[in-house]
Design a protein around this ligand. Structure first.
Ligand code: 5GP
Length: 121
């Protein structure tokens, strides 16, 4: 499958569609989900064009992989849901149609701000 430049997160990365930005650096952009499923529902996406975690794992550089993983921690800290303040959260990524992925640009959901509950509904 080829990366679709018209997907909504690609448009957000290009600044064509607004977002409620939480954090940005060389490797990641983070913003609030438009349809929050928990008290805090943030998204963290790599700046590179990767469809999903499988694509990212196979094709991203070590620098990009480190940047995304560290980005998740930075965002959790910014949101006050990280373990260093005694909190916690769920980081989740859906992969392809069977995994429930709707937007074909890799993204991690960060759910927090309350007890998140069972892993799968
Ligand atoms: P997926 O099902 O692909 O894992 O999750 C896609 C997520 O993107 C959904 O939680 C959905 O609410 C969110 N989303 C879809 N369109 C937009 C948008 O235009 N802006 C923002 N901030 N989130 C979006």
């Amino acid at each position: 499958m080829k990366y679709d430049d018209a997907n909504i997160f690609a448009k957000i990365l290009r600044g064509e569609i607004p977002c409620k930005k939480i954090y940005e650096d060389k490797f990641v952009l983070s913003f609030y989900d438009i349809n929050p499923q928990k008290k805090i529902h943030a998204l963290v996406i790599p700046k590179g064009k990767y469809i999903d975690l499988d694509d990212f794992t196979l094709n991203a550089s070590s620098e990009e992989i480190t940047g995304l993983i560290k980005g998740i921690n930075i965002v959790a800290k910014k949101l006050g849901i990280s373990t260093d303040v005694g909190k916690g959260y769920r980081a989740l990524t859906n992969i392809s149609e069977d995994g429930g992925q709707e937007v074909p640009h890799l993204h991690f959901h960060l759910f927090g701000g309350e007890k998140i509950g069972k892993m799968v509904q």
